[in-house]
Design a protein around this ligand. Structure first.
Ligand code: B12
Length: 221
């Protein structure tokens, strides 16, 4: 019975139908299905599928955006219920995420945030065009495990290095001198693995699904 509902949930995300996704989330709650099961066995499978189809060229940017919106609509219904019933997901780690200074591209960054949230990370999304000191402040404030930096322009990639340097200067990346050691992962269309290595970022992924795997790896999971 719930198998069918899980499939319909995944399908609503694949079709990018945010209204339907929200409605199915409410239906799941009404049927007593655990919110976590609805996310992990239903909606996430849909968003993973869309990511895969986008990667191989069978789906396009609007499909990704709509799938992200549908996923967010479902999580918005389920998350308060998880908190209310105290069945909050095991939190895997805290990620401060944003698009770097001078860059207003938000779609990929938001997808990465949605995927991380759906997979159990607590995400603090600072938005776009984020000034370098803001990443440092937020990382310190929330005791972040990971800072995720998105850059879509060759001219703004250098701001990823600026953030890493600022985190270094703030002492947030050296375990010895500070209780937390923040790891950095970077991404965005012009960003490459070798750029990540050059600027000293611990993680790089070319897509949102990979970002979850990288974040888990950085947490030692
Ligand atoms: C949509 C778009 C816009 C929209 C953005 C709308 C929005 N709300 O985000 C608008 C119209 C605003 C825009 C503006 C500009 N854009 Co534009 N834009 C694009 C476009 C077509 C798609 C970007 C996108 O959303 N892709 C889809 C998402 C899903 O992919 P993604 O962002 O790459 O993210 C994925 C991965 O990179 C990765 N990822 C992303 N972030 C992160 C972070 C982490 C931590 C990790 C691990 C992974 C990760 O995972 C994501 C999900 O799979 C690209 C072309 C392209 N193919 O990239 C050009 C592009 C990026 N833009 C470009 C340019 C030049 C501009 C402008 C300068 C144009 C202008 N003259 O005004 C301005 C810059 C404005 C600014 N200051 O930022 C160029 C950049 C050239 C360069 N190499 O520097 C591109 C490449 C187009 C081109 N071929 O010329 N743009």
């Amino acid at each position: 019975m719930s198998e069918e509902l899980f499939k319909t949930m995944a399908q609503s995300v694949i079709e990018g139908d945010a209204d339907r996704a929200g409605e199915l989330a409410r239906q799941a709650l009404a049927q007593g299905i655990a919110p976590l099961d609805a996310i992990n066995q239903g909606f996430v499978l849909g968003v993973n599928e869309v990511g895969k189809q986008y990667a191989c060229g069978d789906m396009f940017l609007p499909d990704l955006v709509m799938a992200g919106e549908a996923m967010k609509a479902a999580v918005a219904v389920l998350e308060p219920e998880m908190q209310r019933t105290g069945t909050e997901r095991k939190m895997l780690g805290k990620v401060v995420l944003g698009t770097v200074k001078g860059d207003i591209h938000e779609i990929g960054k938001t997808l990465v945030g949605t995927m991380l949230t759906a997979n159990g990370f607590q995400v603090f999304d600072l938005g776009t065009d984020v000034p370098t000191p803001k990443f440092v402040e937020k990382a310190r404030e929330v005791n972040a495990d990971i800072v995720g930096l998105s850059a879509l322009l060759t001219t703004t990639m250098t701001a990823q290095r600026d953030v890493i340097e600022a985190l270094n200067e703030a002492g947030l990346r050296s375990q010895g001198r500070h209780p937390i050691a923040v790891k950095v992962m970077v991404g965005g269309a012009p960003v490459t693995r070798s750029w990540a290595a050059e600027i000293g970022a611990e993680g790089y992924s070319e897509d949102a699904i990979g970002a979850v795997a990288v974040a888990k790896q950085l947490m030692g999971l």
